[in-house]
Design a protein around this ligand. Structure first.
Ligand SMILES: [Zn+2]
Length: 331
């Protein structure tokens, strides 16, 4: 089965924003009878879309513009060269990750003529004509998109089968995909800050064996004085699966300007160690983050090496992630 991948499907995956698109591409990766195909033009369109999102995020965050101003200046991009190349690199990383599971196809002269012929037949934009012509010329079985207008228009002319990932799910043999690869980047929202059972927040350790104390007691040495330690572990969720992320002490200091000493004095002042968890919640909870780190073999535990906030994800989208996580964890 050969699938034509519209730009939006890959964009969903790169931005971790549509579960069905992600599931579809993960299935494509695992299923030996499936192959993806797209146009070289898709690469350029992806970079263009991502840069546009970066630009809007810059306007909203760095320049603090209003929504009206953002709408007005959305086409006046002024990304730095480094921002431009970072975005282009993300697209390369995507294609490298999928390797030979996604092939690129370019139109030859008769292919371009085909696109021009199609323009006389169907009400779609030049870029969609390129996608359609490539899908037909490369003999794809199904055109995959989330663009409902495009779907309606192509269906009408019966040129190729077309579907969105959601309707395609009937074809999928598995709903949940197990992750066995080493994650290097995780994008998702922080849904929960873990507490001292997970060595997170401000907690005490035994001075003899370093075990975490429970209510002043060490499991080996009974009642001990103990010493304070600081940690941060949280659950991050990408709409599809969750991972536990853990920060090293130097990263807690770097990202939250918090040291053990400072945490102790905050807790003393508030007469409550819970203030440290509260602080982490204020800084992290319900934020959409790009987390880089080292994962275990299953990809469920990530030691954070860098943290960035992705502000291009709207609060509405973030709350959808949150609701979905709650509904999945309460099952
Ligand atoms: Zn002990």
């Amino acid at each position: 089965m050969k699938f034509y991948l519209d730009t939006v499907i890959i964009l969903d995956y790169i931005k971790s924003r549509n579960t069905k698109s992600i599931q579809f591409l993960e299935n494509l990766k695992d299923n030996k009878d499936w192959i993806g195909c797209t146009s070289s033009f898709t690469k350029l369109e992806l970079i263009d879309n991502l840069q546009s999102l970066d630009h809007m995020a810059n306007l909203a965050i760095k320049e603090n513009r209003t929504l009206d101003e953002i709408t007005r200046t959305r086409n006046q991009r002024n990304l730095t060269k480094s921002e431009l190349s970072t975005t282009a690199k993300k697209v390369e990383i995507f294609f490298n990750t999928f390797g030979n599971k996604i092939i690129l196809y370019d139109l030859n002269e008769s292919g371009w003529n085909k696109a021009i012929e199609l323009s006389k037949l169907i009400n779609i934009s030049a870029k969609d004509l390129i996608h359609l012509a490539v899908a037909i010329e490369s003999k794809c079985d199904i055109f995959i998109t989330n663009d409902t207008d495009l779907m309606r228009n192509i269906k009408k002319e019966k040129l190729i089968q077309i579907s969105n990932p959601m309707n395609l799910m009937g074809l999928l043999d598995k709903e949940k995909i197990s992750i066995s690869r080493k994650l290097e980047e995780f994008r998702g929202i922080i849904v929960k800050i873990l507490e001292s059972d997970y060595e997170s927040g401000l907690f005490k350790r035994c001075e003899l064996c370093n075990h975490v104390l429970k209510k002043g007691y060490c499991s080996e040495h009974q009642k001990v004085k103990g010493y304070y330690d600081l940690g941060l572990s949280a659950i991050a969720y990408n709409g599809f699966f969750e991972v536990q992320v853990t920060f090293e002490k130097e990263d807690i200091e770097k990202y939250f300007e918090l040291t053990v000493e400072k945490a102790v004095s905050m807790a003393n002042e508030a007469l409550d160690r819970g203030v440290i968890i509260d602080l982490f919640e204020r800084k992290l909870k319900s934020k959409f983050c790009i987390i880089n780190g080292i994962s275990n073999d299953f990809g469920y535990d990530i030691k954070v090496t860098s943290l960035e906030y992705d502000n291009s994800i709207s609060p509405i989208e973030v709350s959808k992630f949150n609701d979905k996580w709650i509904s999945e964890t309460q099952e």
